[in-house]
Design a protein around this ligand. Sequence first.
Ligand code: GRA
Length: 384
Amino acid sequence: MDFDLSEELIAVRDLARDFAEKEIAPTAAKDDREHTFRGDLVKKMGDLGFYGSVIPEEFGGTGLGFLAMVLITEEIARVHSAMRVAINMQIGPALTLLQFGSKEQKEKFIPGLVSGDTIGCFAITEPDAGSDVAAMRTSATKQGDDYVLNGGKIWISNGPVTNGGLIYAYTDRAQKHRGMSAFFTDWSASGLTRKSLQTMGAHCSPLGELTLDNFKIPAANRLGNEGDGFKICMWQLNQTRLNCAAGALGVARAAQEAAVNYCNQRSQFGQKIGEFQMNQDLIAQMIGQEEAARLLVYRAAWLADQKKPNNLETSIAKYTAAEAANHAADAAMKILGAYGYSTEFPVERYYRDAKSYQIVEGSSNVQKMIIAQDALGYRKANRA
Ligand code: GRA
């Protein structure tokens, strides 16, 4: 087992850290407060190759791999978690096109996602279909050279701003999950209504509801065959889940660093508050959980780089990292007290942003279900 990162990976990680500290950090609090979507920073991350690590050079990527992707993601999320969502919205559809798209689809759609000229998304969730993906109701009916979609999606990251992403819909609902299909759309057709939604955290990541009323997608934009959608969706979620795991890791680290710094600065009762064992207990827990999450996230990425199945390991990493982020944000707030609770300092943002990781890309309960059912032999998590 080799725990050393290659020089190339260290360089990529340092580039992301430098970018996050110089370009994202200075306005992170203001952007969060004002709910600003930083399209300029999304593009700059594309220019730096942050969306291309898992995409081969022929489609504009760097081909550095999944370990590079999680290293970049952790660094961005450490400074501003909402900017991490942007990475996932580019990589998710690009990777899925790479895996399931035709040659024409790959050439046409992947480079724009990798460069950041296309603002990506993936539309899965519906009002009555969150954890239960197969319960979605949006339909796609073939009409000539198009599919006509009716229904609606909710809680779609980048929904208000996307101009190129994936959507999943039923082409044959009678076939249950085997009647679902996957499409790529530039969202330019008529029949689309977008509504912005507000949440407790991730303020700079636009979130929306998409209503589809006879919304057309060219049949040439279907990925794979009719009926392949559910498996494509599960495959995609396994990739995008890993990105979320790395994002949660970044938030855990940010909260831990804030707590350690504060313990070394703040004195009460005539001593640094780090000297109180109750704070040392919190810091030790934060570091233990963060390091465990890091090893799990890196392992899941490493398996992907070895082209080995990693669904189980990704669920373990996502679950552990999400819980570590929430524990760390909570502990940091206890240590910082009013300075943690205050909107003048970043810990309350970490606390709000951490919460999202227990919800998105399969809630913590969905991850626990996948892990436990695998252990019990009910449903194997890893797929070839
Ligand atoms: O029997 P079969 O041949 O039809 O196949 C079954 C199974 O083998 C079928 O699907 C197959 N399958 C898979 N195939 C390939 C299942 N999992 C996989 C896989 N990983 N790869 C049906 O399987 P099933 O087990 O009966 O499915 P189910 O019980 O209906 O659902 C399973 C499960 C609960 C795990 C799934 O629905 C799920 O993952 N739910 C969570 C949904 C989720 O993660 N949503 C995320 C929304 S997007 C989002 O949050 C954006 C966040 C953005 C950000 O912050 O970055």
